[in-house]
Design a protein around this ligand. Structure first.
Ligand code: PEP
Ligand code: MG
Length: 924
């Protein structure tokens, strides 16, 4: 049997369903699902995504076999609706729309009113008795077809569409301002002029044959899969090119047939706040594009209760049916044609982080979904939005009082943003690239603006509603957005805007509040989010912070399901306290060298480095000892018995010394040395390749007194803490080990120091000695290393650097183009390179566990707070991830999702870990 490429839907049944997104695309699968549910969907058929691939392989032509299948389904559609394509009495008109597996709003092309020609337009007039409507449809069709299929659409956005130019000329001739004042005769004249323009520009006549129109349109929609916008969008959202788009051919329904017709878009809940209210917009007597394009500001959906109570009631019912069926918040599009409601689209609605969390939590409460399901619906990075700043309330209040609240728009993307005004996307990107914060301000945005929107702190538009392009895309990107701010009169040519009586120019500071829709002149300081105020600043009580409460619920569910422990990278007591507030369960990396830059420490540190003799070095180290001990004691106290991994000194020593003459002279004077001596020592420490030079455990091996001092500081602090009856569990970590002998050397020293301190202080405390796995030889010989190490922590920053042979400090110049060219799918310093670095990690895990079954395994490279890397760590069976304090909530959620989404593997790994733990006998 030959494969099926075309799937019919409508009249209460469908060949597809919502699970067939891969084949039918999102739009097609959901149209089929709604048709199957008996909802009023205009009938049609979907040409599958597989045809997209065939189309490109067949020199951008639809294969003959597929054509035959389309023709068969067209006949079926004609029969179902009792109309025929090109029929002089009862013509069928169809829409041709794209629909990929993942939603790509506005990126690909659409053709409406297909089937119109000189013959059928007459039939449409006869049928509707409305020549103006018929000619409006016809001129829109010719325009769309001309732009999309025949390629008349200008490449550059600044260039005017040739058809728009003709319309403008016509309006000028007729002395009218608005399109709605064009009469039927005017519109008819436009169709003639449009066709003439097409003939002039392409050398061909506009195709009158509807079948020819159909083939052209289907081909053009497939072709739009490879347009620049679609390619850029796919790159931004990781959508593989191989997925392809489907094409939906569907009976046209009209929202512009008079005042009993209309069209709208809605969310089954508020997509900005997550509130359980029907939220949307509509326009009577309008086509769908009028609502989303932002050319007319639509009405709130509740107003429809008055305008068309029966359709509103029907929509409310459909809203409930869809939420129950999909168990999610849905985004719908509908059209009312002469009082009859049609559903044109439904898909899972995009939402802000606020909304995602609230909806997930509410739906658990409403018993629509489980806790696990709720967690799997929140992307860990979305939590960033909750952790973003809000305006300083006092400063904002003062700004408002000073009369600088200049306008109000729609609260399309929550959060607070302050930046300089720019009026186009190219400037937004350029200004942001040189470090400026910008607010991209446009009359309305379009898909061409996505890069600029991405670069901006916030987006402000003069036109459009909550479902306009600006609003949808800003929410998806997590940008602050105020949309539809009608008081702004933007003049792109002058790069300025008038707001009531004021004029603001490019570069002026402006602040927007995406939670309230307010636009403020000037710069307003921002303040941490509600979650931060409760957890970090402690200025807000949890009971007064509803957003925090919802956040806390999600976090508690996450903790129930995750198997990975979450630690933090912290070097100071206050950082440790922040991390604890965010839910950290220990410290996975305390970089002791960071402490040397603290108060009073850099002096003795420099003395130690500049010392000529062992005695001089020891004298300097003796000054550092109490300072380090004090820092460690502070951290132990804060962590109250939780594990704390402290790493011995790691960076090359020259990093601690001044490098210009002025600073070197100052240091020489301070230390009573000659400038020449200081300079000579700094020069002698110079390395051509310091990252591979005298650093890591090599320092402690050549200068054992440094490790001895650090170990003593750690253990004396532990003894002091223990004496205060605070539990303590230090883990001493040796960096950059590639050979077990390096570790054995340092381990011996550390254990000797521990024994000495316990004896001197008369207390005992548990401790571990372990290592970082951050160079390939360490990973490959992990079994040998595990014979000594009680734990491994993967230092994936260095492991990435050394595995890829890519300097972590010099990579930006070529890594960005590398990622653009898909040499690496993502920056490997951000997301673990599973195939390379990840393989080494796997080897190290297996070898480490084979030599020491109960070995504790973690990660402390920057990847430890990045969701996909956290998932990888879960999959290879690490015990914990460690990340910066502010990423702890993200890691908690990522770990829970990894456990939920990889459940069978999670179960196996958990039981393996348990078994391994039982067998363990601690080696000391
Ligand atoms: C690492 O290399 O991943 C690591 C955590 O150490 P550092 O970044 O301090 O080199
Ligand atoms: Mg490192």
């Amino acid at each position: 049997m030959s494969p099926k490429y075309v799937y019919f839907f409508g009249a209460g049944s469908a060949e597809g369903n919502m699970k067939m997104k891969d084949i039918l695309g999102g739009k097609g699968a959901n149209l089929a699902e709604m048709a199957g549910l008996g909802l009023p969907v205009p009938p049609g058929f979907t040409v599958s995504t597989a045809v997209c691939d065939l189309f490109y392989k067949n020199k951008k032509r639809i294969p003959e076999g597929v054509k035959a299948e389309i023709e068969k389904n067209l006949k079926k559609l004609e029969k179902t609706v009792g109309q025929a394509l090109g029929d002089a009495k009862n013509p069928l008109l169809v829409s041709i729309r794209s629909g990929a597996r993942a939603s790509m709003p506005g990126m690909m092309d659409t053709i409406l009113n297909l089937g119109l020609n000189e013959k059928t337009v007459a039939a449409l007039i006869a049928k509707t008795g409305n020549p103006r409507f018929a000619y409006d449809c016809y001129r829109r069709f010719i325009q769309m077809y001309g732009d999309v299929v025949l390629g008349l659409k200008p490449v550059k956005k600044e260039d005017m569409d040739p058809f728009e130019e003709i319309i403008e000329r016509k309006k000028h001739e007729r002395g009218i301002k608005s399109d709605v004042d064009l009469t039927a005769e005017d519109l008819m004249d436009l169709t003639i002029r449009f066709k003439a323009a097409i003939k002039e520009k392409t050398g061909h006549d506009f195709p009158e044959d509807p079948m020819k129109q159909l083939w052209g349109a289907v081909g053009a929609v497939f072709s739009s899969w490879m347009n620049d916008r679609a390619i850029a969008y796919r790159k931004m959202y990781d959508i593989p090119e191989s997925w392809g788009t489907a094409v939906n051919v569907q009976l046209m329904v009209f929202g512009n047939m008079g005042t009993d017709s209309g069209t709208g878009v809605a969310f089954t809940r508020d997509a900005a706040t997550g509130e359980n209210v029907f939220y949307g917009e509509y326009l009577m007597n309008a086509q769908g594009e009028d609502v989303v394009a932002g050319t007319r500001t639509p009405l709130q959906i509740v107003e429809m209760k008055k305008d068309d109570p029966s359709s509103y009631a029907q929509l409310e019912k459909i809203r409930r049916i869809l939420e129950k069926h999909y168990t999610d918040m849905m985004d719908i599009e509908f059209t009312i044609q002469q009082g009859k409601l049609y559903m044109l689209q439904c898909r899972v609605g995009k939402r802000t982080a606020f909304a995602a969390i609230k909806i997930a939590v509410d739906m658990v409460g409403e018993k629509l979904i489980s806790e696990k399901e709720a967690l799997s619906r929140i992307e860990p990075d979305q939590l960033n939005q909750l952790l973003r700043p809000i305006f300083d309330p006092a400063e904002k209040a003062a700004t408002v009082k000073a009369g600088r609240l200049i306008a109000k728009g729609l609260n399309a993307g929550p959060g607070a943003a302050s930046g300089r005004l720019v009026f186009n996307s190219v400037d937004a990107e350029a200004w942001a690239a040189r470090g400026e914060k910008v607010i991209l301000t446009r009359i309305e945005t379009s898909p061409e603006d996505i890069k600029g929107m991405n670069a901006a702190e916030g987006i402000l538009t003069a036109r459009g509603g909550m479902t306009s392009h600006a609003a949808l895309v800003a929410r998806q990107m997590g940008r602050v957005c105020v949309a539809g701010c009608g008081d702004l009169l933007i003049d792109y040519a002058k790069a300025e805007m008038a707001v009531k009586s004021r004029t603001l120019r490019e570069g002026d500071w402006i602040s927007i509040d995406g939670t309230t829709g307010e636009v403020l002149e000037g710069r307003v300081r921002t303040k941490p989010s509600e979650v931060l105020q409760v957890l970090i600043e402690k200025t807000l009580a949890p009971k007064d912070a509803p957003v925090y409460q919802t956040f806390a619920k999600i976090m508690s569910w996450a903790d129930k399901f995750r198997t990975l422990k979450i630690r933090t990278n912290a070097d100071q007591p206050d950082q440790s306290a922040n991390a604890l507030a965010f839910g950290a369960e220990g410290i996975g990396l305390c970089r002791t060298e960071h402490m040397f830059f603290g108060e009073g420490k850099i002096g003795p540190m420099r003395e130690m480095i500049l010392a000529d003799t062992l005695e001089a070095r020891k004298a300097a180290l003796a000054k550092l000892l109490p300072l380090q001990r004090h820092d460690f004691a502070g951290i132990f106290k804060e962590m109250n018995g939780r594990p704390v991994t402290i790493r011995t000194i790691d960076p090359p020593l020259h990093e601690f010394l001044p490098h210009d003459e002025k600073d070197q002279r100052a240091l020489a004077e301070q230390m009573g040395l000659t400038y020449e001596k200081v300079k000579a020592r700094v020069d002698s420490l110079h390395e051509f390749n310091p990252m591979l030079g005298f650093r890591g455990c090599r320092l402690g091996i050549i200068y054992p007194e440094i490790t001895a001092m650090q170990a003593r500081a750690i253990f004396e602090a532990a003894a002091e803490t223990k004496k205060k009856k605070i539990p303590v569990e230090p883990e001493v970590m040796i960096p950059l080990v590639g050979n077990v002998k390096e570790l054995a050397d340092q381990e011996k020293l550390v254990r000797q120091t521990a024994a000495d301190v316990m004896k001197e202080q008369g207390v005992k405390f548990p401790y571990l000695v372990g290592t970082m796995i951050e160079i390939p030889r360490g990973a490959i010989t992990a079994d040998e290393i595990a014979a000594v190490a009680e734990f491994f922590s993967f230092g994936t920053n260095d492991l990435t650097q050394t595995t890829l042979g890519v300097s972590r400090d010099d990579a930006a110049r070529f890594l960005v183009p590398y990622v653009d060219r898909e040499i690496y799918a993502k920056d490997p310093f951000e997301v673990i390179d599973r195939d390379g670095v990840g393989k080494l990690m796997k080897i190290a895990v297996e070898k480490g566990r084979s030599a020491r079954p109960g070995i504790k395994l973690g990660i402390c490279g920057e990847h430890g707070g990045e969701p996909s890397s956290v998932e990888f760590c879960h999959l290879i069976g690490l015990n914990y991830v460690s990340c910066s304090p502010f990423r702890v909530p993200i890691a908690r959620l990522a770990a829970a999702r990894a456990a939920i989404l990889n459940a069978p593997a999670a179960k196996k790994a958990a039981s393996a870990k348990k078994k391994a733990a039982k067998k363990t006998t601690k080696k000391r």
